[in-house]
Ligand binder design. Structure first.
Ligand code: ADP
Ligand code: MG
Length: 627
């Protein structure tokens, strides 16, 4: 047996770092600005605890692009490095000065906001540069240092004559990466990754319009001046305490996050926790516009105010990815795969914390301002209904504030609705029947019929409603949901039957046989019933169960594939008390009978929106012939 050390030489790993460490070349700028920010925050910390005699002042970071010279400069006024420190922190790949600092100053520096972690960030510079220079002057009395490396494992380290404290990094951009020499590209990257970083970042200048001097003429142009262009807001709203923010501040911040978004958010949720994990952030409920489809990927994830990604899949529960806003947490391990992320304990806790906060916020909105909550319901229901379906813990809370609107614009919680219909809407087995419509226009005649009988009709029109109904039925045992055009209401809801039948059983049976002879057998099950003479003569209904299974299958999950292949089947309910039936019976021959039945069936189909194509054309023609 032999043991030993695997020899990892710098010659071997350098090309690896260059090539594979980060697939995204553009992140070099984020890394170097993070280091400049760390250097500044470290100095702030040291001056605050009296370990540095330097004057902290108002330091900022500057980025300069020298297109001709093919160079990018990143200059900070942070704590700088001595030659020994360059030797230690830069020449040792994978040794993190940030971690060492946090270790050394433990408790006092815990909230200093230091970003660095793995000691690899600096070398990302070599993804875009074939030579990197460092000119740095420590905040101590030590002389300045100069370091240069051309990407080979050899470097030069010597004394320099820089006077001001801080570090300048110079990247000699390689031939393949010249896109990073464009001002517009750098500006885009700064806005993407560094927009909310805690130290001001200057990039070029911008033109500012000044007020016109007194006595200036209308046509005189307003004077302008060139001012430093700072790209970031160092204290974004989510880093502040909720108590220090007003409604307007939240709205302004939304605008800052989504400058192209014109709709105001409906409300916001401020996240703020530091045990057992660290997380801050603000989530917004947007006004969802179903016509543009459900938009995801709007939540931005930050770590210590550095933008990381806008793909929060695995961190935020799926149903909340429709929200917008920011989450900032140093505790999310992003160097691992997404599938691993979902299994990570800390991430699971974060996810359930967010779910709980959202549920609590909704619950308090419901309790404190019901009217406003009802007004917003239509815009937020998709998120809530989807959450109720996918997260049991969310369901348990949401069932107390989720609303069921009626076609008359009244809003009930499920419990309220049950109490309201308890006396009038039960079926033969004593189950509570919730009548609903999924489309006020298409099911208009059925809604009308139900309302005429004094029933409440709920309006449940979101695309996933059949799944939700299924879930509610399994949670509340004694309840069943039936669409207004589902099974026939008179059959369904138990009540005193006072209608007198004009036909006897034998005549009814004969009528049934006649009609069955005319309508397609495989599609319609004929039922003859004595109803109010005012009710429609022919009514088409579709069994609730079959329709719902088909719908669930279309919207994915839950439904069973077999239902998709089943042919459409309907009930044809014939009102034997209607005068049309007398007409059918009195018709002189079979042909006349059949014509009447076909016309009545088509009219019933028409009101169910089932008459299409050739059938519709024939129907129109036949109707013209009749008149
Ligand atoms: P990390 O940031 O994870 O510690 P990096 O590779 O990004 O690792 O940087 C290595 C170390 O080099 C830093 O921890 C810091 O000590 C030093 N360093 C890098 N950039 C600067 C800078 N602009 N000013 C001062 N020190 C720096
Ligand atoms: Mg770093």
């Amino acid at each position: 047996m032999a043991t030993g050390n695997i020899n990892v030489s710098v010659e071997n790993i350098f090309p690896l770092i260059k090539k594979f460490l980060y697939s995204d070349h553009e992140i070099f700028l984020r890394e170097l600005i993070s280091n400049a920010t760390d250097a500044t925050l470290k100095l702030k910390h040291l001056t605050s605890i009296g370990e540095s005699k330097a004057e902290y002042g108002n330091p900022f970071i500057e980025v300069k692009v020298d297109k001709e010279g093919k160079k990018i400069h990143i200059i900070d006024q942070g704590l700088g490095m001595t030659a020994e420190e360059v030797e230690k922190y830069i020449n040792q790949v994978a040794f993190s000065g940030a971690e060492e600092f946090l270790d050394k100053y433990k408790d006092s520096a815990k909230d200093a906001g230091i970003i660095g972690h793995f000691g690899l960030g600096f070398y990302s510079a070599f993804m875009v540069a074939d030579k990197v220079e460092i000119i740095t002057k420590s905040h101590t009395d030590a002389p300045a240092a100069y370091w240069v490396c051309d990407g080979s494992p050899t470097f030069i380290l010597e004394e320099a004559d820089k006077k001001e404290r801080g570090t300048e990094i110079i990247l000699h951009v390689s031939e393949e990466e010249t896109e990073f020499l464009e001002d517009s590209k750098i500006s885009e990257l700064l806005v993407k990754y560094n927009k909310f970083m805690p130290v001001p970042i200057k990039f070029g200048t911008k033109t500012e319009t000044l007020p016109k001097p007194e006595g200036a003429k209308e046509e005189d142009p307003a004077p302008t001046q060139e001012v430093d262009n700072f790209i970031n807001n160092p204290t974004p709203a989510w880093t502040k305490q909720p108590a220090d923010l007003e409604d307007k501040d939240y709205k302004d911040f939304y605008r800052e996050l989504y400058p192209m978004q014109f709709e105001e958010p409906l409300f916001n949720i401020h996240l703020n926790v530091d045990y057992p994990f660290n997380l801050t952030g603000i989530l917004y409920f947007p006004k969802l516009d179903p016509s543009v489809g459900i938009q995801k990927d709007k939540i931005q994830l930050y770590q210590n105010q550095v933008f990381v990604t806008d793909n929060v899949e695995g961190i935020v529960p799926e149903f909340l990815t429709m929200l917008r806003g920011v989450i900032d947490s140093p505790d999310i391990p992003l160097n691992v795969s997404r599938s691993y992320l979902q299994a990570d304990g800390a991430v699971k806790k974060i996810s359930s914390y967010i779910t709980r906060k959202v549920a609590d916020k909704l619950s308090s909105l419901f309790k404190n301002n019901r009217e406003d909550f009802e007004a917003k319901w239509n815009d937020i229901k998709i998120v809530i209904e989807y959450g109720m379906l996918s997260e049991d813990k969310f369901f348990d809370k949401a069932k107390n504030f989720a609303l069921i609107p009626t076609v008359d614009n009244a809003y009930f919680t499920f419990d309220e609705l049950k109490a309201k219909i308890e006396a009038a809407q039960t079926d033969k087995d004593g189950k509570l029947v919730v009548l609903y419509t999924s489309d006020k226009d298409a099911q208009h005649s059925y809604i009308q019929a139900a309302k005429d009988k004094g029933y409440e009709v709920a309006l449940l029109d979101s695309p996933i409603v059949s799944h939700l109904i299924q879930k509610l039925e399994s949670t509340y045992e004694n309840t069943t949901f039936v669409r207004v055009d589902g099974d026939h209401i008179d059959n369904l809801i138990k009540k005193e039957d006072t209608t007198v039948s004009k036909l006897n059983d034998e005549e009814k049976e004969a009528l049934k046989t006649t009609i069955e002879g005319v309508v397609p057998k495989e599609t319609y099950t004929v039922q003859v019933e004595a109803m109010d003479s005012q009710a429609s003569p022919f009514i088409i209904t579709q069994p609730e169960f079959m329709r719902r299974m088909k719908e669930m299958q279309q919207t994915g999950g839950g439904g069973m594939a077999m239902f998709g292949n089943m042919p459409e089947t309907y009930n044809l309910v014939v009102n034997s008390n209607h005068s049309l039936v007398e007409k059918i019976n009195a018709a002189e021959n079979d042909e006349a009978k059949s014509a009447l039945i076909k016309q009545a069936l088509d009219l019933a189909k028409l009101s169910q929106n089932l008459l299409k194509g050739e059938d519709l054309t024939n129907f129109v023609k036949r109707s013209f012939d009749l008149i």
